[in-house]
Every structure is written in C-alpha cells, then in structure tokens.
Design a binder for this molecule. Structure first.
Ligand SMILES: [Zn+2]
Length: 110
C-alpha cells in the first residue's frame, strides 16, 4: 500500500479541511494511543467534526465539513469519497441554476 500519513500530537489539534485528512491517516496521541480519525471519539457539529483521544480525551483533530464547491472540486480531482458525495448532492438537489435564464424573453412579444 501507499504510505500512510502519521500525525503526532504536538500541543494542539490538527486542523484541516475535510479532504486534507485521509481515512487511513493515523494520529498518535501524547498518551500513546494511535488510530485513525474515525477511531477517535467524534463530535459532530454544523460545520465540522472533531476527534478526541478515546483514552485521555485530548482533542487531536478538527475537520471542517466540505462545502458544495469543495466537494465538486475534489470530485473532479478524482477523490472517490467526494465523487460519491457529489453524486448524492446532484441526485437530491435538482438543478437550481436553471431557472435564472427564463426572465429575459417576455418583453419581445409585441
Ligand atoms: Zn490520548
């Protein structure tokens, strides 16, 4: 397998945008615990998910949730997770941009 990034706790949480942390990346706490972001105790908020050490409750990582534009950019870059998220967005939100083109034609009728 390709190399796995390791983050060693150095006094503050690792703050990243969503796709800056790979699911396989390992975090190493000052207490000796090591694991991935999902193996931490995750706290879910409106704009971010944080991760704390399950052993000593040190906050190890803060991961901001991706915006629509970030998901699209990451999907275009070929990140599988983003491609799946973008597909779900498009499936659940019908094209909202399409309605703005309609207003211009009405004055030319007479
Ligand atoms: Zn710890």
């Amino acid at each position: 397998m390709s190399e796995v990034v390791g983050y060693y706790y150095s006094g503050s949480a690792h703050i990243s945008h969503w796709y800056g942390i790979n699911e396989r990346d390992r975090f190493v706490c000052q207490c000796g615990w090591a694991g991935t972001f999902k193996e931490m105790n995750n706290g879910f908020f409106a704009e971010l998910i944080d991760g704390t050490c399950p052993t000593c409750d040190t906050m190890l990582a803060i991961r901001s949730l991706p915006t629509r534009d970030e998901i699209r950019t990451a999907a275009e870059a070929g990140i599988p997770e983003a491609m799946e998220q973008w597909r779900q967005i498009q499936a659940s939100a019908p094209a909202e941009e399409a309605s703005s083109d309609r207003a211009t034609a009405s004055e030319a009728c007479h």
